[in-house]
Design a protein around this ligand. Structure first.
Ligand SMILES: Nc1ncnc2c1ncn2[C@@H]1O[C@H](COP(=O)(O)OP(=O)(O)O)[C@@H](O)[C@H]1O
Ligand SMILES: [Mg+2]
Length: 260
């Protein structure tokens, strides 16, 4: 089952949630693969999985669709183990931006889906971290995925663009991927006693947006976790933020498409 974290807005928690949900998934015994489709490689550095060998990154996986290869390597051969049991990652690469226009002009938009479909039975869960734009890579991910999770920071501009984002996703579902579901909007950076986040979530729910009932609290532990290159479950298993992430994961597996 393939879940993509996506929002055109940056800084909302896509990478943080992708890494932490994948790490929790792995700890629950699911064989889990994380893909880093962002040239900023935040998920990759969070898991300390940078590599010097460009062929062994997500760029290598895409590149073999536009260059001649005697044998195309399956996606799982690009995955590297992490320090967490059951969790592997296909590392991100800055090279993605160099090859994007060629991939696009040669209509390689279905190649990620083909590559992941071919290894679906080797992983219980696949998570994809995306760049903050609806570009070739995020579109490839949405075409490959079963579910999309949309993180928002509970800030003033959170609502802006959310409607058009969901329209875009509906269009992708109609044109390319009928199984794609919006599994939910994740309210991140939530502060329970501040007025703004509560007002924003209320407005979204009133307008019928699928905000998940578990909110992810704002905490400096998140930054610490990035710095230590350790997901929260490993860094601070008892922390309130970790509990929120465990609850989101549990909710998705019980109520989302995880139970299918
Ligand atoms: N729940 C949270 N509490 C505090 N800081 C957070 C939280 N979620 C994300 N952050 C911080 O916000 C910044 C952006 O998060 P990130 O996951 O990189 O967003 P994106 O991938 O959407 O650009 C990072 O510095 C991260 O540490
Ligand atoms: Mg990111």
């Amino acid at each position: 089952m393939i879940r993509v974290l996506f929002n055109k807005k940056g800084g909302v928690g896509k990478s943080s949630l992708a890494v932490n949900l994948a790490a929790i998934s792995a700890s629950k015994g699911y064989k889990t693969l994380l893909l880093d489709l962002d040239t900023q490689c935040n998920a990759t550095s969070y898991l300390n999985a940078q590599t010097e060998v460009q062929d062994d990154t997500i760029a290598g996986l895409f590149e073999q669709t536009i260059t001649f290869h005697i044998r195309r390597r399956p996606a799982d051969e690009f995955a590297v183990a992490t320090s967490i049991d059951n969790l592997s990652i296909i590392p991100g690469s800055t090279r993605l931006s160099e090859i994007e226009s060629e991939l696009d002009s040669r209509h390689k938009i279905y190649k990620l889906r083909e590559a992941l479909d071919a290894v679906r039975d080797k992983f219980d869960r696949i998570y994809i971290d995306t760049p903050p734009a609806l570009n070739f890579y995020s579109l490839s991910a949405l075409i490959a995925a079963d579910s999309v999770l949309i993180p928002i920071d509970c800030d003033d501009f959170a609502i802006q663009g959310l409607f058009s984002l969901q329209q875009h996703i509906a269009e992708i579902r109609e044109d390319h991927n009928e199984k794609l579901q919006i599994e939910g909007i994740i309210a991140n950076q939530y502060l329970s006693n501040a007025k703004l986040p509560n007002r924003i979530i209320e407005t979204l729910l009133d307008e019928g947006h699928p905000v998940l009932p578990v909110y992810v609290t704002q905490s400096v532990k998140m930054r610490e976790s990035h710095q230590e290159k350790k997901p929260l479950l490993q860094l601070a298993p008892k922390h309130k933020l970790t509990q929120c992430l465990l609850d989101i994961h549990e909710y998705l597996e019980q109520e989302g498409i995880g139970h299918l």
